[in-house]
Design a protein around this ligand. Structure first.
Ligand SMILES: [Cu+2]
Length: 503
């Protein structure tokens, strides 16, 4: 499917239109989204025969430390003192043991985003494992399965946005890809100044809401209009109610901003794999590697049929593995078409130019709309061919942000949201309806789900802004109490979370 930049900005929330206030009609793009309805289930029971591997131990220490993204030193909350947590790389079947020392002044946890771990290792405080208290040490331990690109981060407050996020790579026992070179790219958004920066214990934001509408001139105008109404809500008064999104002034790849980043080097003729991870708190990226077509091979770690795209949309918590052929020598920018921000540089060996090569992005470009992505069958996961009606269907209306500082699921704010109860083995379907002007990357813990009718497996689904819809289906096969929430950390903390109780 081809799309113009303007249409792309609308569904990704990068462009606020006045029609948002009145609800507005459906675009042609969204009409296509509505046609997705036949879903297939997925399962996440590991095949024990595949799970024989050594114990691999890593140590992570959380603390407040000075870091420098290339914009000057500031204090952030870090793993091992770095702007991005260390890459944890293991092989499928290994036992991953991570010993966490909490040197923060508040409790923390680690959530292994996307990995269907046992409930006790999922890192949601008191569900059921208590948080790691200041000064305490806790060891997470679980079978690394299945292979894929994941991320880890705390599941406490806004800690992720203070800097605590890192990549987790589980390699397959046999790698089917024949790429020559691989890079992991952790994308992150930073408010290094606003509210005192990431280390500020109480980031005070303007409750008239800069950032709420995605920023920009239009956002500012709208926020001004909304200010009066919001001011009448006691819960949104200064010093109470949820924090609003801060103003982000730096975007990093692996902890470096583009201006000072070491380029990712490639050699002409190579096939290059990029593992792209969105570790940002609130930013949806529309990634464009100038001069190149990217071929999607994995979504949220799960293999897909190859899909060639000009722009890769990636929401918070999402991962995509992509490949490109290094056939266009130059110094190329990886940039975000939503904000037009440069992110990093891909440099061919032997190219000495200090100037970026010019891009040739088509007016109507191809991107990774979910309806274009098809999953591949996987050993150890439920076959994709099993189809039939869901045992339970839940319609989930996502709303908020316009008249309120809160974000809701079916008009309720966590912990007041409905707890979804599913019997072990039940097939559950969620139909999302987004009545808000921002996109919501909805993430389910402990399970994979399918999106659309072509067996696309994921764990995070971006529900488009402005009346966007999406449906997911999963087999409730991992017993426990699991979080289901928006991966915009500010939305989650302002109510857009619920519990899914399995078994
Ligand atoms: Cu959200």
């Amino acid at each position: 499917m081809n799309i113009t930049r303007r249409e792309f900005l609308k569904v990704t929330g990068g462009l606020v239109t006045l029609s948002a206030l009145g609800g507005g009609g459906l675009s042609a793009y969204q009409g296509v989204a509505l046609a997705r309805n036949t879903l297939m289930p997925t399962g996440s029971n590991p095949d024990p025969a595949r799970l024989a591997g050594p114990v691999r131990e890593f140590k992570l220490t959380t603390a407040v430390t000075p870091i420098d993204l290339g914009t000057g030193e500031f204090k952030a909350w870090t793993y091992n003192g770095r702007p991005v947590g260390p890459e944890l790389r293991v092989t499928e079947g290994d036992t991953l043991r991570v010993v966490v020392t909490n040197n923060l002044l508040e409790p923390t946890t680690i959530h292994w985003h996307g990995v269907p771990v046992p409930n006790t290792m999922d890192g949601v405080p008191d569900m059921p494992q208590p948080a790691i208290q200041p000064g305490e040490i806790f060891s997470y331990e679980f079978k690394a399965w299945p292979s894929g690109t994941y991320l880890y981060h705390p599941h406490v407050g806004h800690q992720l946005d203070r800097g605590l996020v890192g990549p987790l790579i589980i390699e397959p026992k046999r790698e089917p890809g024949n790429y020559d070179r691989e890079y992991v790219l952790m994308l992150d958004d930073w408010a290094t100044v606003d509210g005192g920066g990431p280390d500020s214990p109480e980031r005070v934001t303007d409750h008239m809401g800069h950032g709420m509408m995605g920023g920009g001139m239009m956002g500012g105008m709208m926020n001004g209009m909304m200010g009066g109404m919001m001011g009448q809500q006691p819960a949104a008064a200064a010093g109470s109610g949820p924090l609003l999104e801060p103003v982000y002034d730096a975007f990093s790849v692996n902890g470096q901003v583009a201006a000072t980043a070491t380029p990712f080097t490639v050699k002409q003729g190579e096939k290059v794999r990029l593992r792209l991870i969105n570790g940002g708190a609130t930013t949806v990226f529309g990634l464009r590697l100038a001069g190149h077509t990217l071929t999607v091979t994995h979504a949220d770690g799960r293999p897909t049929e190859p899909l060639a795209v000009d722009v890769l949309r990636i929401g918070m918590g999402e991962r995509y593995d992509v490949e490109f052929t290094a056939d266009n020598p130059g110094r190329w920018q990886l940039y975000d078409i939503i904000s037009s921000m440069p992110l990093t540089t891909v440099l061919y060996q032997g190219v000495n130019s200090t100037q970026y090569s010019g891009d040739n992005l088509a007016q109507n470009f191809r991107w990774n709309d979910y309806s274009l992505l098809a999953g591949l069958p996987e050993e150890g996961l439920s076959p994709l061919s099993a189809s039939g009606p869901a045992d339970e269907t839940f319609d989930l209306v996502l709303s908020g942000g316009m008249m309120s500082a809160y974000w809701t699921i079916n008009d309720r704010i966590y912990p007041d949201t409905e707890t979804i109860v599913a019997a072990l083995g039940q097939r559950v379907r969620f139909n999302y309806f987004n009545q808000s002007p921002m996109p919501h990357p909805m993430h389910l813990h402990g399970h994979f789900f399918t999106v659309g009718s072509r067996g696309l497996r994921k764990d995070t689904v971006l529900v488009d802004a402005h009346m966007g819809q999406a449906s997911i289906e999963f087999v409730a096969d991992n017993p426990g109490m699991w979080m289901h929430h928006c991966h915009n950390i500010y939305h989650a903390e302002a109510g857009m979370m619920q519990v899914v109780q399995v078994g």
